[in-house]
Design a protein around this ligand. Structure first.
Ligand SMILES: N[C@@H](CCC(=O)N[C@@H](CS)C(=O)NCC(=O)O)C(=O)O
Length: 389
C-alpha cells in the first residue's frame, strides 16, 4: 500500500534478519492446515521498523471472510474492485482467472491515477482510485464511506487508506475484506461451487507451512520490499530497506536456480537457506511441494520490476541483468499470465500518481522489458491442468 505515514521505530534491524528464526521454526513444524482464527496479517507480522523514516503499512480495517455466517459463498453476490496497476490487486485478478470465476464474481476496475494523493496533510481532498463504469461510486472513497459511514472521519488528520483490492458484498452492502492475501485465498477456496475450474488449487492445506515459509521472505523483502525502498523518507531507512531487498532478491534468485517455481516439485528448506542455516541440513527437512500461491505473489512484483520499481522506487536492479533466475521465472509465468498484465497502465499509475516521488509526473520510456518472446530455453508453458489438484 502506498502508505506515506512515517514510522519512527528505534531498532535498526533489517526485517529479513528478524524473520529467519520465524522461518526456521515454521519450516521445522509439521505440515498442518492453516489456522483461520485471528491470524495476524502479513502486514502486522512483518511491520517494517528498520529505521526512522521507514514506510509502514496501515493495518487493513476489513478482514471478514466469505463463508462466515454474514457472508455466505454465492454466485453473483460479491464484487471485486481491482486496479490493474496494483500488484496486490493483481494477485486477485490472477486467481479469478485461473479458477474461472469471472461469471461468479463481478469486477469493477479503476482508472490509473489516485485522485489528489499527497505526501503530507491535509488529506481531505484525497479520493483514492477513480472507478470505471460504476454507476454508484465515482471514486473508491465513496465505496468505503457507503460501506462504513464515518470511515474517513475515523482517520482524523491522518491519510485514510482507500486501497484496492476490495471485496464487496452486494447483499449486505458491506466491505468483506481489503487484504489481497485474504481475498486471493477466498477466491481460491471459497467459490468452488461456482468456479469454471474448481479443480485448480493454488494453496493446498498440506503445503500451507511451506508457502508461508517462502512468503516470509518474499513479502517483506520483495513484495513490500520494493515499496519500503520507494517510500523510505530518510537515507538510513532507504539503505536498510534496500539491503533487505537485495538480500531477499539474491536468496530467491538462488532458490530459483534449483527449482522451476518457488516451491518447486521437491526441495529442501535446508538447502534453500544453507548459507545461513547450515545447522538445519542435519535435520533433513524436506518438503514436497508444487507451484502455489507463493508464485502468484512473486510474479506480480516481478512483472512490474524493471519498468517501475528499479527506477521509480530506486530498487537499483534490473531483473534480466542482475537476477537471471528471477528473470527466467517471470518469463516462464508470463506465458500463462500475460493477459493479466497491463504494464503501460501500471507505469502511468506509479509515475504520474506519486508526484511526491516524481513531481512532473513524467513516465519514462523503456526500459525494454518484454517478458514474452523466444522461449526455447524454457520448459513447456504452465497450463491450467498443471494447477489442478
Ligand atoms: N494490504 C493491502 C495493500 C493494497 C494496496 O496497497 N493497494 C494500493 C495500490 S498498489 C492502494 O490502493 N493504495 C491507495 C490507498 O491506499 O489509498 C493488500 O495487500 O491488499
Amino acid at each position: 500500500m502506498e502508505s506515506m505515514e512515517a514510522c519512527f521505530g528505534t531498532r535498526p534491524r533489517p526485517a529479513l534478519r528478524r524473520l529467519v528464526p520465524l522461518l526456521l521454526l515454521r519450516c521445522a513444524a509439521p505440515l498442518a492446515a492453516p489456522k483461520q482464527a485471528a491470524a495476524p496479517s502479513d502486514a502486522e507480522r512483518y511491520a517494517n521498523r528498520a529505521a526512522p523514516g521507514a514506510m509502514v503499512r496501515p493495518r487493513m480495517a476489513f478482514r471478514a471472510r466469505v463463508g462466515d455466517a454474514a457472508h455466505p459463498a454465492a454466485a453473483g453476490r460479491y464484487r471485486l474492485y481491482l486496479s490493474d496497476a496494483c500488484p496486490w490487486a493483481h494477485r486477485c485478478a490472477i486467481v479469478l482467472k485461473l479458477k474461472g470465476l469471472e461469471r461468479a464474481v463481478a469486477v469493477t476496475r479503476t482508472g490509473p491515477l489516485l485522485e489528489n494523493l499527497r505526501f503530507a496533510p491535509p488529506f481531505d481532498a484525497y479520493r483514492g482510485w477513480p472507478l470505471v463504469g460504476d454507476d454508484r461510486f465515482a471514486f473508491v472513497d465513496e465505496l468505503y464511506e457507503h460501506a462504513a459511514p464515518g470511515y474517513r472521519a475515523s482517520h482524523g488528520d491522518g491519510r485514510p487508506s482507500f486501497s484496492v483490492p476490495v471485496l464487496f458484498d452486494e447483499a449486505t452492502q458491506t466491505i468483506v475484506n481489503t487484504e489481497s492475501a485474504d481475498i486471493a485465498d477466498m477466491l481460491n477456496s471459497r467459490f468452488d461451487d461456482f468456479a469454471d475450474r474448481p479443480d485448480v488449487d493454488l494453496a493446498p492445506a498440506a503445503l500451507a507451512e511451506a508457502m508461508e515459509a517462502v512468503n516470509a521472505v518474499v513479502y517483506p523483502a520483495i513484495n513490500d520490499g520494493v515499496y519500503r525502498c520507494g517510500f523510505a523518507r530518510t537515507q538510513e531507512a532507504y539503505d536498510a530497506a534496500h539491503a533487505a531487498h537485495a538480500r531477499g532478491m539474491r536468496e530467491i534468485d538462488g532458490l530459483l536456480s534449483r527449482t522451476r517455481w518457488l516451491c518447486g516439485d521437491r526441495f529442501t528448506l535446508a538447502a534453500v537457506w544453507k548459507s545461513k542455516w547450515n545447522a538445519l541440513s542435519s535435520k533433513n527437512l524436506s518438503i514436497s511441494i508444487k507451484s502455489k500461491l507463493a508464485d502468484v505473489r512473486l510474479f506480480t512484483t516481478l512483472a512490474r520490476y524493471d519498468a517501475i520499481y528499479s527506477i521509480h522506487f530506486k530498487t537499483g536492479f534490473r531483473l534480466a541483468a542482475d537476477f537471471p533466475n528471477l528473470h527466467r521465472f517471470a518469463r516462464d509465468a508470463m506465458r500463462l499470465l500475460a493477459d493479466t498484465v497491463d504494464l503501460d497502465f501500471a507505469k502511468e499509475h506509479y509515475y504520474a500518481s506519486h508526484r511526491m516521488l516524481n513531481p512532473a509526473g513524467i513516465v519514462p520510456r523503456g526500459p525494454a522489458c518484454d517478458l514474452l518472446g523466444d522461449d526455447a530455453d524454457l520448459p513447456p508453458a504452465l497450463t491450467l491442468a498443471d494447477l489442478s489438484r
